[in-house]
Design a protein around this ligand. Structure first.
Ligand SMILES: [Fe+2]
Ligand SMILES: [Fe+2]
Length: 201
């Protein structure tokens, strides 16, 4: 059988081997894993607060289910660190910190028990999901250059769950909450708001 020849100084092609990534690429990748690890850990503390603030039973259970999923996302990232031979380390994600802060201000600006507050919670939650989808989408693609398929499959699993969570939130909003919020009469809440303002004046 004739051996395959090439112009690479007579060496046989190593097509089945994944080339080593550069140290800079690896560092960049690990840095982004640290970023989303911080974000996911923050979300395990934030989602219970969003769940408590929600009124619609569908939204309450969606937050509950996504809390369980988010705890798994943290665990999957810890597996990714392990597969990379790294100790799990979180690095502050300014974007997620900002989205969560914005969510807090939505709670301050809406009344408990209203559809409008649920609309605000869904808006904040979808901003979270979209950030996660962007991050996991890119990381899952980049991970294909690493010679470890398990890393890609862990990131892709989480990406699928983030997309499902986003679609579920859209579904809940469109089914009833958005239209109910549009015609909601929250005038009985006004005296409470006035007195709060007077109390702080
Ligand atoms: Fe997540
Ligand atoms: Fe998520």
């Amino acid at each position: 059988m004739q051996k395959q020849t090439n112009a690479n100084n007579g060496k046989l092609p190593q097509s089945s081997e994944v080339p080593e990534v550069s140290p800079e690429f690896r560092e960049f990748f690990i840095d982004e894993i640290k970023d989303i690890y911080w974000a996911e850990k923050l979300l395990t503390k934030t989602i219970p607060k969003m769940q408590k603030a929600a009124t619609s039973s569908e939204l309450v259970s969606a937050f509950g289910a996504h809390l369980t999923a988010t705890q798994q996302h943290v665990e999957r990232l810890e597996q990714v660190f392990e597969l990379l031979g790294e100790v799990p380390k979180a690095k502050k994600c300014d974007a997620m910190a900002g989205i969560v802060e914005e969510g807090k201000s939505i709670l301050e600006e809406t009344e408990k028990g209203t559809h409008l507050r649920d609309v605000g919670l869904i808006l904040a939650a979808q901003k979270v999901e979209h950030y996660e989808i962007a991050t996991y989408g890119t990381l899952a693609q980049l991970s294909k250059s690493l010679s470890n398929k398990k890393i890609s499959s862990l990131l892709e699993q989480t990406l699928v769950e983030e997309k499902e969570a986003d679609l579920l939130l859209t579904d809940i909003a469109e089914k009833s909450i958005n239209s109910a919020a549009a015609i909601e009469d929250i005038s009985e809440e006004l005296p409470k708001r006035t007195s709060r303002k007077m109390a702080t004046a």
